[in-house]
Design a protein around this ligand. Structure first.
Ligand code: PAP
Length: 341
């Protein structure tokens, strides 16, 4: 089987940041000198570029993406704050949009052999990483891409074309706990674990990759309200509650609605099962593979639940984050379920 758009070894590793910064272009090095910076979660620094916090190499690839990417009307961009359901959304969108090429009941389906990050590459970690300018013209249609970059910083060709964006959002309590676990799993053994308290304070200040989380969410939220045909706004908790309903919505938005025959034939349930946390976590590729350089796939699958934060946050922390959410998101109409039912 040929997966022409499967990509390996995307990189969002920041361990060797000092050495990596030396490899940046002169333009990027000069830019870094002018940017606000803070201590990072796993790197010595996060820089504030165009209003969001990120690592130096992410800035370089973002600039390249902004300068060079030419969107097509048929493109689909899946956007998320890290740890909000990126892997899940990539799997679902891929299964839906490629089901003519890759029948969903096949024992040979790409999602059984590849991690979703191989099938739907990130702009900033793969396509425009390491100064490359790949030829994207031969990718199968629709071209599916992923990004953590906020809406405001997307290239104008994405905003101006008729290409579609799907955003998945997750309640900040669970997103924080998921991020904190992930950081401590991927840290080099020589580095001390990051205390939850320290990570929490940074999160509430907005200092986290691609944060502040509220600005990230609001950018896509506002766009989805102004241009619902352009941006579909999904929530992790809604998907957990009623995956069939959400899958129908997603398929319609992507322009690949399920036919009556497909519905009767159990295609929706099959996609839900194929992409479920339980199924994906146990696949060999997700137990032992590495799709993003230095990041083992197994670390992308932890609990996959709503409400796990309750096992970690103190009442004071719950109050603090609730206040941040009220202040930053209260007026927007965007709200979250934070417990599982
Ligand atoms: P990324 O942004 O680094 O790609 P992302 O996939 O957004 O990560 O988030 C990982 C979270 O999604 C993990 O949550 P947890 O730490 O609370 O458990 C992971 O378990 C969860 N996850 C991964 N795959 C799925 C899935 N198929 N269904 C539901 N949740 C999933």
């Amino acid at each position: 089987m040929v997966i022409t758009h499967s990509v390996k070894n995307q990189s969002r590793d920041g361990y060797q940041e000092a050495g990596e910064e030396g490899k940046l272009s002169q333009e990027c090095k000069e830019l870094l000198l002018s940017l606000p910076k803070e201590k990072g979660w796993r790197t010595s620094h996060l820089y504030k570029y165009q209003g969001f916090w990120c690592q130096s190499r992410e800035i370089e690839s973002t600039i390249s993406f902004q300068r060079h990417f030419q969107a097509r009307d048929t493109d689909v961009v899946l956007a998320t704050v890290p740890k909000s359901g990126t892997t899940w959304l990539k799997a679902l969108a891929f299964a839906i949009a490629s089901r003519e090429r890759f029948p969903i009941f096949s024992n040979n389906h790409p999602l059984l052999k590849f991690n979703p990050h191989d099938l739907v590459p990130f702009f900033e970690y793969k396509i425009y990483a390491n100064d490359q300018l790949p030829d994207l013209s031969n990718l199968p249609q629709p071209r599916l891409f992923g990004t953590h970059i906020p809406f405001a910083s997307l290239p104008s060709s994405i905003k101006k074309s008729s290409c579609r964006l799907v955003y998945i959002c997750r309640n900040p309590f669970d997103t924080f706990i998921s991020s904190w676990h992930f950081i401590n799993k991927i840290k080099p053994p020589s580095q001390a674990p990051m205390p939850l308290e320290e990570a929490f304070e940074m999160y509430c200040k907005g200092v986290i990759g691609f944060g502040p989380f509220w600005e990230h969410m609001l950018g896509y939220w506002k766009e989805s309200r102004d241009r619902p045909q352009k941006v579909l706004f999904l929530k992790y908790e809604d998907m957990k509650k009623d995956i069939t309903f959400q899958l129908k919505k997603l398929a319609e938005f992507l322009g690949f609605p399920f036919s009556v025959e497909e519905e009767r034939g159990g295609v929706i349930e099959k996609i839900a099962k194929l992409c479920s946390f339980e199924n994906m976590k146990d696949l060999e590729v997700n137990k032992s593979g590495t799709s993003i350089k230095n990041f083992e796939n197994k670390n992308l699958f932890r609990k996959g639940e709503v409400g796990d934060w309750i096992n970690y946050l103190s009442p004071r922390q719950v109050e603090q984050l609730t206040k941040v959410m009220e202040e930053k998101l209260g007026a927007s109409g965007l709200s979250f379920e934070v417990f599982s039912n």
